[in-house]
Design a protein around this ligand. Structure first.
Ligand code: CAA
Length: 240
């Protein structure tokens, strides 16, 4: 089964690796991005992926973008909800804006994209939905009440949606990456990052390709009996 795969946050970091890996499997990839036009344009030039600008936190933006993708490219068989941001800080100093922005971009986005795509998947009795959470949604993280809440929310969202759609041939799973080498972790203070790497049994960060490999497996026919699962890829940092 190939067809169209939609990857949010699909032109940079883990999302870019996922987009490339799905293209290598024969999917037409629609990579969704929000702010960085330059990165999206160079990603499109380098890979041939289609790119679509969309604010995943905005319901109407998601509905119209998905309609445009279906019109341009065809039926969507795979959705990867990968887009995510951080606004780190301790709760007693966190602004309501930094709470809401993270919840809406990281969690409400999953509702928005699934709401736009799931009805057609149900009509066709087939779909693969893969939601990217985080080790910090499983274990919590100092300075990330907003991010940890959103990423933990994704795990519950996945299980409920998996139940609702299992009889319709749609699988819904969560991947929880650990600390992966991307712009997001590069923005952290080096001493904070070093202290986290010391807590990882494999004593290294992960690579985006190591998450993309899990996505391509979950997207494949071979993964047809896996739904509602939470799969960790974190170098042993947290074993649940
Ligand atoms: N546990 C306990 N105490 C801690 C702590 C920890 N992990 N980290 C900091 N503290 C303490 C400090 O010792 C300090 O205490 P004192 O005031 O008594 O000295 C106090 O908390 C304040 O610490 P900072 O000076 O670091 O405070 P800050 O306001 O400058 O920074 C912070 C706060 C931005 C949250 C910073 O601690 C930080 O960056 N933490 C890491 C957050 C993180 O891991 N983000 C991951 C981003 S990547 C990602 O999210 C991808 C993914 O999915 C994995």
């Amino acid at each position: 089964m190939s067809g169209v795969a939609v990857v949010t946050g699909g032109t940079r970091g883990i999302g870019a690796a996922i987009s490339k890996a799905l293209m290598a499997e024969g999917y037409k990839v629609a990579a969704i991005y929000h702010g960085n036009d330059e990165a999206a344009s160079s990603f499109q030039g380098a890979t041939g992926a289609m790119t679509f600008k969309c604010d995943v936190a905005d319901h109407e933006s998601c509905m119209s973008t998905i309609a445009a993708i279906e019109k341009d490219a065809g039926e969507i068989n795979v959705l990867v909800n990968n887009a995510g941001i951080t606004r780190d800080g301790v709760l007693h100093k966190m602004s309501p804006e930094n709470w809401h922005t993270v919840i809406e971009t990281n969690l409400t986005s999953c509702f928005n994209m699934c709401r736009a795509i799931v009805p057609a998947m149900r009509d066709r009795n087939y779909g693969r939905i893969i939601n990217i959470s985080s080790v910090n949604g499983q274990k919590g993280q100092f300075g990330q009440v907003n991010y940890a809440a959103a990423k933990a929310g994704i795990i519950g969202f996945t299980k409920a949606l998996a139940m609702e759609n299992a009889a319709k041939g749609i699988t819904v799973n969560t991947i929880c990456p650990g600390y992966i080498e991307t712009d997001m972790t590069a923005a952290m203070k080096q001493e904070v990052l070093d202290s986290i790497i010391r807590q990882i049994p494999m004593t290294r960060m992960g690579q985006p390709d190591e998450i993309a490999a899990v996505v391509t497996f979950l997207a494949s026919q071979k993964a047809g009996f896996i739904t509602g699962a939470t799969i960790s890829a974190n170098g042993g940092q947290y074993m649940s």
